[in-house]
Design a protein around this ligand. Sequence first.
Ligand code: PMP
Length: 418
Amino acid sequence: MPRVRGLAASPEGAVHVSVSAPAALPALAARATAIGGSPVRDILAVTARPEVINFAGGLPAPELFDSAGIAEAYAAVFRDESARALQYATTEGEPALRTALAARTTVRGVPTGPDDLMVTTGSQQGLSLLATALIEPGDTVLVEEPCYLAALQAFAFAGARVVSVPGDGDGLDPAALDELVARERPKLLYVVPNFQNPSGRTLPTARRAAVAEIAVRRGLWIVEDDPYGELRFEGERVPWIAAHPGAADRTALLGSFSKVMAPGLRLGWLRAPAALLRACAVAKQAADLHTPTVNQLAAARYLADRDLDAHVARVAAAYGERRDAMLAGLPDALPRGSVWNRPEGGMFLWVRLPDGHDTTALLPEVVRHDVAYVPGAPFYAGTPDPATLRLCFVTQTPAEIAEGLRRLGTALAAHHPA
Ligand code: PMP
């Protein structure tokens, strides 16, 4: 038997270990330290103070959750199928929910059966499963500029080389995409087609058709992430990229109940061609076995017994009023020469202050005035535009939005760019 140094029996018979100089632990994985905390996160931590009007978060308006309807759906599940709801289930998800999701996807232009999709723990899990299933370290991933931050993180964890596709107020530029695909030989393109996070932009039909055509012609996976598309309060719905000829068999289409039902349910889904879906299911087994059964059954019950689309229409109408409140207050709040967009749905709008402004440097002063935004810089995979920022217009009432913008105006007026 090996001798254990410092092991001694006390008079009571208990054994003590006296450790004088513990050896250093092995290091964390490089990816765990290379990717992570940002200084902006630390500044925004203080926005949890109740007096702060926080345009920085991406939180759906909590007073618009259908808590009564969701509570009834859970009650019905516990009344009628509690044993199933509390049991382990298959990795792909509950058949009742997958059937309902497939029907909703089909109606929206992409023919889908229950076996073509799986339920995920939020669409965020869909992103990390896809990264695991598709990306080898060093593979190139193309993203929009700017891009959803936690997608950048998921791709970075997989060891991807992330390259951004130039664009304009309508989203990515297909000609630039075509050139980059030819030059960089990327594995996939990640797109948020509707009311993008962070920019609020929507990719027009012609560009979607062009993206689909490039993916077919050059050989490319498309990850089409659409958590916001249902939240349209103006204009016409634009068909998914996956609905264009040839695109469905090379697109992973991600959906989520977070913005239309409630994010705390952690329910998303992933529609993908069979081989990719199988690979994602294996990756999901390693991640969490399956998404909570009770939440899946409650969502299926909600879809069966209620009218989700009517609920979403009410939420979208309220969000439209809130966008208008923000648009009304911005001209007085922002320095002359600032520009911003007017999204027809979703939760965010995108601002560019005049040259010389640095929204990261300005943020501590803005937060001192009890209001907050997110600087644009962290959303860029390439060179950031320091004058940009994201505003979320849905979490507060119109009156609170007006007050928040007054505070923002006061904070920014005190600043004179170099
Ligand atoms: N994709 C995008 C573009 C998002 O903005 C978000 C949430 N902010 C997600 C995915 C993840 O959403 P969830 O996991 O709640 O479905």
